[in-house]
Design a protein around this ligand. Structure first.
Ligand SMILES: *Cc1c(COP(=O)(O)O)cnc(C)c1O
Length: 389
């Protein structure tokens, strides 16, 4: 325990120790955190589905029919018809042959990457890929190379010099990069993958429900259906529930049901979650009102921040970084904002490179214009008081 106490002390000494605030109700535009009402600009509940009445009804109904747990891993007796239905619905939504649900997006990445690569293979990964991809790569026996963020020349250099020394080569990228909000150069990646005979793997956690027609994601946005081998999504962000999935060819689903370790050794999502997700897909497929409102709000928020002279980076999606650069100042600003009625989480090293510390603002379809105006005014005044602007 001494070494843990020492590490804990280090975190506290470096002023980066934190405990999460406690929320006592659903995640909406206004939430109560540690007993205080604040404007919420930090959730991934992009479309407000996490507290939607129809999703709640679907979940209640599923509890009455199936109970609260799946009872076993999917490969034993935990494979309920509602899980099969969900896989099929996800495949339809993504316009792919098949899909397979995992317990979370994180579990999906750590389960799929290790299952589809082996010793003698090569994984090439963007330097800003999500932590769950990094962990997935660590669990694989393949060699790994990292390329400079979205730099296609750097990617091709690796392919040119190293590809021929390996069997299978897997190129992995986030669809939408979660800290900057930029979109992967998917058409170029797919082209390079073809030229050098590689498989492609896109983690579209922040693209699904946000980009493409009806929120079908980054692959749909670029009209690359059938061109990307592994399309990962999460069901915890825009979809508002919990879980992750991989979509692609039927063989991928069948192989992972046999060799994806989280399928074999961890119980799948609860039936109520599956039912709620199916209802979310019903809503997304029916109309685009929520997605349109999300983009409206995102554009409005970005315009308000730009008017105040803030550096908001190069986001192409609703993810809105507000770059402060200095680590301590960023944490100080976030704390002061919570006192002043706005919750935005600070993002500092090691989540982003040193010297690029930022607040990350996440608008949603739930926000009214007035919430965003108030939030920007409070952010500006607070930053002024702290001599950040
Ligand atoms: C959030 C996120 C995940 C993890 O998703 P969960 O379902 O919350 O585990 C994976 N990849 C990316 C890129 C993410 O942004």
């Amino acid at each position: 325990m001494d070494s843990i106490s020492k590490k804990l002390m280090e975190l506290k000494d470096n002023k980066i120790f934190k405990l999460p605030p406690i929320s006592d109700g659903p995640i909406e535009a206004i939430i109560t955190l540690d007993g205080k009402k604040v404007i919420n600009l930090s959730s991934n509940n992009y479309l407000g589905l996490a507290n939607d009445e129809n999703l709640k009804k679907a979940a209640h109904k599923a509890i009455d029919k199936y109970g609260v747990g799946a009872g076993a891993v999917r490969t034993i007796v935990g494979n309920m018809d509602i899980h099969e239905e969900l896989d099929q619905r996800l495949a339809n939504f993504k316009k792919e042959e098949a899909a397979l649900v995992f317990q979370s997006g994180y579990m999906c990445n750590i389960g799929v990457i290790q299952a589809v690569t082996e010793r003698g293979d090569l994984i090439i990964s963007d330097e800003l890929n999500h932590a769950s991809i990094i962990d997935g790569v660590r669990l694989s026996r393949a060699e790994k190379r990292i390329f400079k963020h979205s730099d296609m020349t750097a990617l091709e250099t690796i392919l040119k010099t190293e590809r021929e020394n390996f069997n299978t080569c897997l190129i992995i990228t986030d669809g939408v990069f979660s800290m900057d909000g930029d979109i992967a150069k998917l058409p170029e990646i797919v082209k390079l993958a073809k030229k050098y005979h590689c498989l492609t793997y896109v983690d579209d956690a922040h693209g699904s429900g946000v980009l493409g027609s009806h929120g079908r994601g980054t692959v749909d946005h670029f009209n690359l259906h059938g061109e990307v081998d592994f399309i990962i999504g999460t069901l915890s962000k825009a979809i508002g529930v919990v879980g992750g999935y991989v979509s692609g060819k039927k063989e991928i689903r069948e192989y992972l049901l046999n060799r994806g370790r989280p399928q074999l050794f961890s119980t799948t999502i609860v039936p109520a979650a599956a039912a709620a997700i199916i209802e979310a897909l019903n809503i997304l497929e029916k109309d685009e009102t929520r997605t349109k409102k999300l983009w409206d709000n995102a554009n409005y928020l970005k315009a308000l921040l730009a008017q105040k002279g803030f550096d908001i980076g190069n986001s192409e999606t609703p993810i809105t970084p507000l770059i402060i650069k200095d680590e301590e100042k960023t944490i100080e600003l976030s704390k002061a904002l919570l006192d002043n009625g706005v919750f935005v989480s600070p993002i500092v090293f090691p989540t982003v490179p040193k010297g690029t510390a930022r607040l990350r603002l996440m608008p949603s379809s739930m926000h009214q214009k007035k919430h965003l105006e108030d939030a920007v005014e409070i952010i500006y005044e607070t930053a002024k008081n702290l001599k950040i602007v």
